[in-house]
Design a protein around this ligand. Structure first.
Ligand code: ADP
Ligand code: MG
Length: 248
């Protein structure tokens, strides 16, 4: 058994009258790729937001490497090695890819000029090596705003890797990406897991992608945990099938 990196126990979160998560429990083991699926509006992003400290939870417990983190703020949790990417990309379109990589690491400078002067050759090499890893080396000096949407997602993934997270939460990494890039991205996610040893927890709407990627999958519906299992079990679970059919 691998040690548990993230342990969520009976976490609830409401927005006004909307019960986005109700007593949700999950466990993310070290070194594995864990999946989270569910129809739109089932509370997947809310759960990620709760885990990374984006908002306070109404009840329950969230532990990272055995330590309660539900009372911590986003930067404190990030410093422990728990990071997330967003459903919408968050990059600086007016900066090239290398600069986006460099500013993705927390810093103390107040002006951009100071900041860029302060980077070591080592950090720049690391930025370029990671851009190569995601297939963007040739485009490293292009403005990131000129990249395709799929390439921007690859850049955002590389920016997360720049921070050397222990655990990375990815919110719909393949949404809006064309099929050729999707296969490349799946391959990169698997390699980041195998070669860099990063534990991944992935929200994914595309069933084919999550079946290919994750060893263990949780399925949310209406804010509650509907089912969990390996890809085969989830694929054949009548409750999961009904939740997806009912949603379309
Ligand atoms: P998913 O990611 O599975 O599509 P979300 O977690 O984004 O689902 O949303 C779950 C429910 O919570 C939805 O009904 C959504 O409208 C609501 N919700 C999410 N975030 C907020 C918020 N900040 N304010 C109000 N309602 C929200
Ligand atoms: Mg979402």
């Amino acid at each position: 058994m691998n040690p548990t990196m993230i342990a969520v126990e009976k976490v609830s979160k409401s927005f006004g009258g909307v019960r986005a998560n109700h007593e949700v429990s999950i466990s993310v083991p070290e070194g594995k790729i864990t999946g989270l699926i569910g129809p739109n509006g089932s509370g997947k992003t809310t759960l990620f937001n709760s885990i990374v400290g984006y908002h306070p939870i109404d009840g329950g417990s969230i532990k990272f490497e055995g330590r309660e983190i539900s009372n911590l703020l986003v930067p404190q949790i990030a410093r422990l090695g728990l990071l997330r990417t967003f459903q919408q990309t968050r990059i600086y379109g007016e900066m090239d890819c290398v600069k986006n990589m460099l500013i993705s690491v927390p810093h103390r400078h107040t002006t951009l000029a100071d900041m860029f002067r302060s980077y070591s050759a080592e950090q720049k090499e690391k930025a370029e090596a990671l851009l190569e890893f995601v297939g963007l080396y040739q485009k490293r000096f292009l403005l990131s705003g000129d990249l395709s949407f799929g390439q921007q997602k690859l850049l955002e993934f590389a920016m997360a890797l720049m921070n050397e997270p222990k655990v990375l939460l990815l919110d719909e990494p393949t949404a809006g990406i064309n099929p050729t890039l999707i296969n490349g991205l799946i391959d990169r996610l698997k390699r980041a897991n195998e070669e860099f040893g990063i534990t991944l927890f992935v929200i994914e709407h595309n069933m084919r992608v999550i079946m290919n990627l994750a060893e263990h999958i949780y399925c949310l519906a209406h804010g509650e945990m509907l089912a969990e299992g390996d890809p085969d079990e989830i694929q054949n679970d009548q409750r999961v099938i009904d939740a997806y059919l009912g949603a379309h």
